[in-house]
Ligand binder design. Sequence first.
Ligand code: MIC
Ligand code: SF4
Length: 622
Amino acid sequence: MAKTLTYKILDAHKVEEDLVNNTMSIKIDQTLTQDATGTMAYLEFLSFGIDKVKTMLSVSYVDHNTLQNGFMNADDHKFLQTVADKYGIVYSKAGNGICHQVNLERFAVPGRTILGSDSHTPTSSGIGAIAIGAGGLDVACAMAGMPFTIVRPKVVGVKLEGALRDGVSAKDIIIHLLGILTVKGGVNKVIEYYGDGVKTLGVPERATICNMGAELGATSSVFPSDEVTYNFLKLQKREKDYVKLEADENCTYDENITIDLNTLDPVASCPNSPDNVKKIDELKDIKVDQVLIGSCTNSSYYDFIKVASILKGKKIHKDVSLGIAPGSKQVLQMITKNGILDILLEAGARILESACGPCIGMGQSPATDAVSLRTFNRNFYGRSGTNSAKVYLVSPEVAAISAVNGYISNPLGQKIDPSFKLIVDYPINDSLLYKPTFESDVVMGPNIKPIPKFKPIGNEIDAKVMISLEDNITTDHIMPAGAKVLPYRSNIEKISEFVFSNIDEGFSKRCLENGSGVIVAKQNYGQGSSREHAAIAPRYLGIKAVIAASFARIHKKNLINFGILPIELDIEADILDDIKISWNDKKITVLNVTKNKKYETENNLTKKDLELINLGGLLNTF
Ligand code: MIC
Ligand code: SF4
């Protein structure tokens, strides 16, 4: 039978299939972690007592917690470096770049499966891999050689026709798609691209599109591996990794979308959701205070060529602060070599480190009520560090021209300056990538605390509603990031003080006072980041179940991994209502005692998931 590319790769990695629960377990070839999720992932890995990783390749990146205000982050990095060296993991030091950009450049291989403890891991799917984001514990299990289980994904075939006009970007394709599918439209789906428009997009552009597939909630996204892929790998001196991969001609997709690239306009994701899409022309007169170009979405060499083409010979507006963060050391070296960096400096740009930086609220928080244009992928409430800021997600072209004009502007028609050679000799310098020697002793600073042990929640739960929430609550709402909170990623007791702190300051105190709690929400609870802290810290505070109309994939798995029961129900509940839950393998009953309302649903969790919850979480199985 004719197969989609998605199922060609997944079936080639299939270890087991559960037709009753519609899941499949796949072998994972490569893993990646980053520092903000990595310390937990490696503490979990260490608890398995295995002597080295069992994957083809595992890489530990340092790119999130690079602002070292206090000893904590530097201690975390030392821990990560020593664990990597001892257990057979390649270590990418701070300064080498953002995990997804570096992984694409140096490690991702067409046809492989990659699991990463970061939701934007699918960036590497731009090369023709199936790369999936997951919680740290799932990645730790993959490093220990265990298969990874997913719901058998539906495949959305996105046919790209024609070519983009000058000034329109790969970013506009994915923002346009977000407008169609919304932030929950991709849950348990893989977005597969095909059609004659594919060959007009370079690998970094394909990676931009796959990157923001995470904002659709998709399990992964995938592009074919073709001549364009070969050329990219050749520039990276990795042509031996090339294999040609595409879907069978007559395959059928579960859903079909066609995008005519010729007719796309520059668009933006408006505050505060990536699927709040408007055309740039509708936003034209909005005054801009800050412009930031970088992040794992748009920080490639090609992105900076486009930015420099617009900024060449111009100055940024006096009221705009322009920050740029090249995605990797390689990109930084390239823009230095061919004069682009000079053009950016002449125009008035501030040069930031090759790291996540402002994307995760590590510096550059905008002023009160400021408008910030970012080439990033998330504009969730509070994520920039300034709750009142209005963050728009845009292409590098929109960002650059708006920085010059001082208001949101349309770059349509802007050509790439022919003086920038598109194909240059890529500097290949892996000096900040350290291969393991298996000789280190693990070093653990005083802020790195053991992972708390959790007892099973039991089948009869009496609890109070600790918070009652709306649709699309993100993991940034649940477990905020930013410079103040991120240093406590290795210290659950401390970080739990910040749960929901951006929207409900009393949450953690209320939980500790009440002991047994539930969270109530509507659709797509837990969208966004893979941070398992959004499950571990609430569990630490006594949360036993989350009752939501629907869940985001990664967060649901994180809840199960740490013994919290996810209940798919849309219930009416207010804060401090008394709740009684009775559940078994088949059925879940929720009684809102305060409102005297009863709800029932089938328990659709898999046998394995039920086992984990019954045991109090995955760590109790070792
Ligand atoms: C993010 O973009 O939200 C992060 C920070 O990269 C997270 C991981 C984390 O919270 O450490 C993600 O996307 O998974
Ligand atoms: Fe880093 Fe931002 Fe990408 Fe997350 S989305 S990996 S914080 S650059």
